[in-house]
Design a protein around this ligand. Sequence first.
Ligand SMILES: CC(C)(COP(=O)(O)OP(=O)(O)OC[C@H]1O[C@@H](n2cnc3c(N)ncnc32)[C@H](O)[C@@H]1OP(=O)(O)O)[C@@H](O)C(=O)NCCC(=O)NCCS
Length: 84
Amino acid sequence: MEIGYMIDDTYWGQGLTGEAAQCVIDYVVRHLCIRTIIGFHRAVNIQSRRVFDKMGFKSESQFNHTQIIKGESVKIIGMRWSSA
Ligand SMILES: CC(C)(COP(=O)(O)OP(=O)(O)OC[C@H]1O[C@@H](n2cnc3c(N)ncnc32)[C@H](O)[C@@H]1OP(=O)(O)O)[C@@H](O)C(=O)NCCC(=O)NCCS
């Protein structure tokens, strides 16, 4: 499963994204028996990276890649979470 997130900037910095994403993870692990979840963030997106880090995702270099977005080369970092 792949996860991604976005929250209105009115609510940034309150930990709400991680809280909501953790609920999704708990649900899919418990009810769908999913054991591995991946996600991606732009290398420059420190805020998104922090959310992944705080949920226990680890950087997975094999998923790193470059995308061309609006003519710009953008480094994308892959993250992975696995249940114990
Ligand atoms: C990335 C995003 C989902 C984070 O959501 P959030 O609910 O603010 O997440 P958190 O409250 O856990 O904050 C994460 C980190 O962002 C940083 N941060 C929070 N508010 C910030 C602000 N206003 N300015 C700069 N940094 C900020 C903090 O360093 C925080 O880390 P910390 O908990 O170690 O201090 C949100 O910024 C967003 O929607 N961004 C636009 C869409 C996007 O980039 N989505 C991710 C695509 S991969």
